[in-house]
Write a protein that binds this ligand. Sequence first.
Ligand SMILES: [Fe+2]
Length: 475
Amino acid sequence: MEHLPIPLPLVSLLVAVFSIGQICFCNGGWSSNFVRDDYLSLDMPFDSDVFQVPKGYNAPQQVHITQGDHVGKGVIISWITTEEPGSSSVTYWPEEQESNKLQAHGYFLTYNFFNYTSGYIHHCTLQDLEFDTKYYYVVGIGNTTRQFWFRTPPPLGPDVPYTFGLIGDLGQTYNSNTTLRHYELSPRKGYAILYVGDLSYADDYPFHDNTRWDTWGRFTERVAAYQPWIWTAGNHEIDFAPELGESRAFKVYTSRYHVPYKASGSTSPLWYSIKRASAYVIVMSSYSAFGKYTPQYKWLEKELPKVNRTETPWLIVLMHSPIYSSYVTHYMEGEPIRVIYEKWFVEYKVDVVFAGHVHAYERSERVSNIAYDIVNGMCKPINDESAPVYITVGDGGNLEGLATEMTEPQPRYSAFREASFGHGILDIKNRTHAYFSWNRNQDGYAVEADSVWLHNRYWTPSSQSEAASHHAAFR
Ligand SMILES: [Fe+2]
């Protein structure tokens, strides 16, 4: 008897199923269950080269920059001196115009936290820079100056390509170092980082040992001095420790990391917005009051209608605690925010919401769960082409390790999830298309373990659904 020929597509399917091995297909999307070693989740020791204090008396250290205005023509430069205040001024000039040196004047502050006294924390804002221009800048005085550079973004516009890195919950372990190195080496060159909260994890140490804030500042300088990090506050920035006499939440974070919140009409550095190239980025605070009538609520209520998608088509929201996360760790913590804000995200067609907090990676389908009104019982996530994609990148690599336990079965809204350290890249091409990819640290820096084309919610007809995504099994 002759065997029936097996249709070629079926053969391909079978080959694919057997070759992906470490990925299982569940009720929802894909769950990778690759098991990895946890030993790298230790903080790097104080004498690690990445924490080296720069040479010279009173040398500026922990240099970092962020956007300094609403449109990208400003830069806030921050650094710390330890022996004495020194100068809070920055000398800067556009590339190839060294004869055209300019100076901006900032100021410094210090703070105490329990038994720790900070160095002199300088903040200096450069304003009215030219778009799309490389600038050199110098901090420090006398014999100890240090020179860095940055590039301003192109002018705002609907089809301006721009590439953001996505990093969250970085900490300062060997894995954190790998995450940062992979970001630096990525062939998709990021120009700015959208940072989704939890920076140093100093509060995991006795008395919130703030010297771990200093090591984190020195560790991240190699990237943060050259390109802006757009900051979001996480729970590890709260530093609420009344038992140590420290009850002013966010004191350390807001002393060290400044953001241009006033430029977007915000009254708090914990929530604000910036425009950059073709993107409008809204930063929210998961750990500040967000209920109706609160300052954050009132600000966002006014803010969302201001977004002009013809100028900046890509509407991006950053927050620390994810709204859609199917991991056991921190399960449902984002629910109070979802209940209040999800309907706005759908109404205003937010393209993507990035979050951290859960130490793993997850990407959702476009879903919403906004029909419920307390009496109708309609409380189930449904496919919704006006809804954002929710992406969790709390996988920077901090000392708390990975969130490995997932809720089962995988919910239908969860398109892909994997408990690995890594980082994301959002590569905006034009007003309609952006490419998001995720790199896991176990792979080479150029490998994309998950990727998806995002179709802009404002400029794409709602009938055109997206979905072409690709997950690569760990090899
Ligand atoms: Fe967190």
